[in-house]
Every structure is written in C-alpha cells, then in structure tokens.
Design a binder for this molecule. Structure first.
Ligand SMILES: NC(=O)c1ccc[n+]([C@@H]2O[C@H](COP(=O)([O-])OP(=O)(O)OC[C@H]3O[C@@H](n4cnc5c(N)ncnc54)[C@H](OP(=O)(O)O)[C@@H]3O)[C@@H](O)[C@H]2O)c1
Length: 425
C-alpha cells in the first residue's frame, strides 16, 4: 500500500444532514467527542455537515469548532498538551441541500460523487414534523390522566393534510408529499447517489447509512395505498413507519431485487449497510412552540423520565447516543449483534438519572429483531412503557411486515427511477 492510500484510509468521513439544530447538531458534537476518544490517533474525522443555507452552515461550523475547543480543553486538563495532537484529527466542512427540492439533492449527490472521496457514514437525520398545532383540551386531559404514556405516544398533535413540496411545477405529477420528501424520499435519493462511495473491499469495511426514525412510527399510521401520506393527518408518523419498513426488511432476500438497485450493488459483500436508529423523545425545535410552551414541554419530558420512562433522553446530546454509536462502533460488533438477535431499531434510552444507553426498540409486526415469540416482559421496563396498542409478534404479523416491506421497496424504487428521469430532463 503506498503512502497516499494509507493516508486516505486513515480519514473517516461522516455526512450528517440537518446539522444546524437539535439532534443533527448534537450528533456532530458526539461524533467529535467519541471519535477522539475511541478511534486510533492515526485516524482523522472528516465531518461534512449539511444545512439549507450558507449562513446556517457557517454558523454551525463555528459552533462545532467552539464545541471542539471545549473538548480539547477538557482533554488538556487530564493530559497536558494532548489538544495539539487531537485538534488536527477533526476537520469540518459544509454542503447545502434542501431535501424537499430533489434537484438540490441530485446536485449534492453529483458533487460528492464527482469529488470521489470515500464516505464512511451517511446520517439521514434532517426532518420535519408537519404539525399545525395541538388539540389543547385533549393534550391537557391526557397529560393529567396519563402523563408518561401521553408524553411518549401523544395523540393530541394536529398534522397538516395534503402538504406538498412542488418540484418546479403546480401539476400533481410535479409535486411530492412534503413530510415524505423531507423525511424519507430526499434522503433516499441522496443515499442512492452516494452508495458507490460507500462500498467495502478487502481493506475497507462497507459504509453505513443510518436512518433516523421515531418511537411514534405506529403501524396504523401508514397506509400502503398512500405512500406519501397525502391523505393523512399523521404524515410524520407515516414517514417514520415507512422508514422502519424499509430498513428492517433491507437485508431480507425478498427485498433484494429492489435494494440491490437502490444500493447500486455489483458485488453482494461490498454494499453499504443500512441501520435504523431513533433518539427517544428530545426537546428540540421540531415541535415549533413559543418559548414558554417549549419550556413547559421540557419540564413535562423530564417528569416523564422521572416517572420511569426509558424513552426520554430529553437532551439532544443524550438522544444522539444511538446514531453516534452506530456510526463509530466496530463494524464486526454491530454485525454480530444484528446477526445473532436480528435486525434492530436502535434507540437512545436513559434511566431516571439520565444515564444513557442504546437499546433495541419494539416495532409493530417485527418485534425487537424480526423473531416470532419474543415477549415484552423483562425487557428493560418495556412492558410498562410499551405503546398500549402494541401486540406481540406473531407468525402472521411477521409475514405481513415482510410483504409490506417488499411492496414499499418496490414502490420507492419505481418512484426514484421516475423522478431521476424527470430530473435528468
Ligand atoms: N426531537 C425528537 O424528540 C425526535 C424524536 C424522534 C425522531 N426525531 C427525528 O430526529 C431528526 C432531527 O429532528 P430534531 O428533533 O433535531 O428537529 P430540528 O431541531 O427541527 O432539526 C431538524 C433539522 O432538519 C433540517 N431540515 C428540515 N427540513 C429540511 C429540508 N427540507 N432539507 C434539509 N434539511 C431540512 C432542519 O433545517 P432548518 O433549520 O433549515 O429547518 C434542521 O437542521 C428528525 O428526523 C426527527 O424526525 C426527533
């Protein structure tokens, strides 16, 4: 191996979408902290952040550099002088993309592919809620009567119905569901474009595509006849259920005809791996609330944690633990966990004191690893903290999950191909 190859190998490149706020920003902070502590001194982290505007990008880079300085100061206290070595191991650069504008997504994909730099991790974090407000009487009643459950699985959010993002025209065929595009389809197109930069070979592990879901990805929120959730007032929950369906079935033989095209697969062993994570419930700006109500929500979330909810990291830094872990954990350790216990939805969780950990989350029809017969009992207080509508996985529900996964993979691929053609024109 010549020295330039050696140098190339020691750079670990991670791209995070929606990095300017909430979980995206905290994921970047965690990646910096954990990379410096867990990876060998010969490795450098190249962090590529995406935002929707250049000003947000500049500001985010400045805030990340401030965070890096704080981390270095702490390191210097325990090992004087180490900061000089460490600071050279983090490089931050930026890109702009609006995931609701497919042309902008395609342009970003083209820029990255043209540059040809290997991409080790893509974190599909950016997202929107698509909510217009809350049903206040229902919110107050359910909080007072059922605090922990209603803070975790709220039934009082009001979503916009039929919001679209125009792709250059007003005609129906030139529009896409807004939440669907921001949360799933924009990332889907981007991941497809950069997949060739993420392949593994004899010297490199395959790259990792990490999709961010939610604890609110209810099976009933997704209507297979309405992929983009245009007729639904739960477009957010639908987009997250779609994410679960896609990623959890992505390694099954039945979805291979679609996934191999999506990942531009030429050789099975080299394709990037897809992982599914969710941050639990965190206080971020995704719920667009006035300041006073934002603080009320913060307090409500802490109370839910103190009442025993494992799903309330509350702080976005704690919420980022699952995506940072999936980004940096040894590839072999992730592979053995998913091979032994099945493909998982990895969650950020905390105990009442805020001690974090990454745990598997139950998914309707799939369970914790796509295995029939698993029970909630005994799984980390989960029987008491499960969504009340959740049922144990049965042979039939597991089969239905896979059939639906196969269907949505096929539809997503058809949609991608038709939009790629339109964008080429
Ligand atoms: N907070 C939670 O409790 C929670 C729970 C479960 C899952 N999540 C998921 O975590 C992810 C991050 O959410 P968050 O809570 O951190 O929310 P946030 O603070 O509102 O951050 C969302 C990020 O996505 C970006 N974004 C939104 N629409 C975009 C678009 N069309 N193109 C490009 N970027 C776009 C935003 O950029 P702008 O600043 O330009 O709008 C922002 O950087 C989302 O996928 C969300 O569904 C959050």
């Amino acid at each position: 191996m010549d020295s330039s190859e050696d140098e190339q190998q020691s750079v670990y490149t991670v791209l995070v979408t929606g990095a300017n706020s909430g979980l995206g920003f905290s994921t970047c902070c965690r990646l910096i902290d954990e990379f410096l502590h867990s990876r060998p001194q010969t490795q450098t982290l190249q962090l590529i952040i995406t935002t929707r505007s250049t000003s947000k990008n500049k500001d985010t880079q400045a805030r990340l550099h401030q965070h890096l300085q704080k981390t270095l100061q702490k390191a210097d206290k325990s090992t004087p002088g180490i900061s000089q070595v460490l600071s050279a191991r983090v490089k931050i650069s930026g890109e702009q993309v609006d995931l609701c504008n497919l042309r902008s997504v395609k342009e970003l994909g083209n820029r990255l592919v043209k540059r040809g730099t290997r991409l080790d991790v893509l974190i599909c974090n950016a997202g929107i809620g698509g909510w217009k407000g809350l049903n206040w009487p229902a919110a107050i009643w359910s909080m007072l009567t059922d605090w922990k459950h209603s803070c975790t699985y709220p039934t009082y959010k009001l979503g916009f119905v039929g919001s679209v993002s125009p792709q250059g025209g007003e005609k129906k065929e030139e529009q896409l569901g807004e939440v669907f595009t921001a949360n799933v389809f924009g990332h889907y197109l981007l991941a497809h474009a950069v997949a060739p930069l993420m392949k593994g070979d004899e010297t490199k592990e395959p790259g990792r595509i990490i999709w961010i879901s939610s604890i609110e990805a209810y099976a009933h929120a997704f209507n297979p006849e309405d992929l983009q959730a245009l007729k639904s007032d739960a477009a957010y929950e639908s987009s997250k259920r779609l994410t679960d369906l896609l990623i959890l079935t992505s390694e099954l033989p039945s979805t291979k005809p679609s996934t191999s095209k999506f990942l531009q697969e030429k050789d099975d062993q080299r394709k990037p791996k897809m992982y599914l994570a969710h941050p639990g419930v965190c206080a971020t700006s995704i719920a667009d609330l006035p300041l006073v109500l934002w603080y009320a929500m913060l307090l409500a979330q802490y109370i839910a944690r103190w009442l025993g909810s494992p799903w309330h990291p509350v702080s976005s830094y704690l919420g980022a633990v699952s995506s940072a872990w999936l980004s940096l954990a040894p590839f072999s350790s992730l592979a053995s966990q998913e091979n032994n216990e099945g493909k998982a939805k990895w969650a950020s969780s905390t105990d009442v004191f805020g001690n974090e950990r990454v745990v598997r989350t139950e998914v309707g029809g799939w369970g914790w690893g796509g295995r029939v017969g698993e029970k909630a009992d005994g799984k980390m207080r989960l029987s008491a903290n499960r969504w009340r509508g959740q049922e144990d996985v049965t042979k039939e529900s597991r089969e239905d999950f896979e059939v639906l996964g196969q269907k949505v993979w096929k539809e997503m691929e058809e949609l991608r191909q038709s939009w790629e053609k339109k964008l080429d024109v």
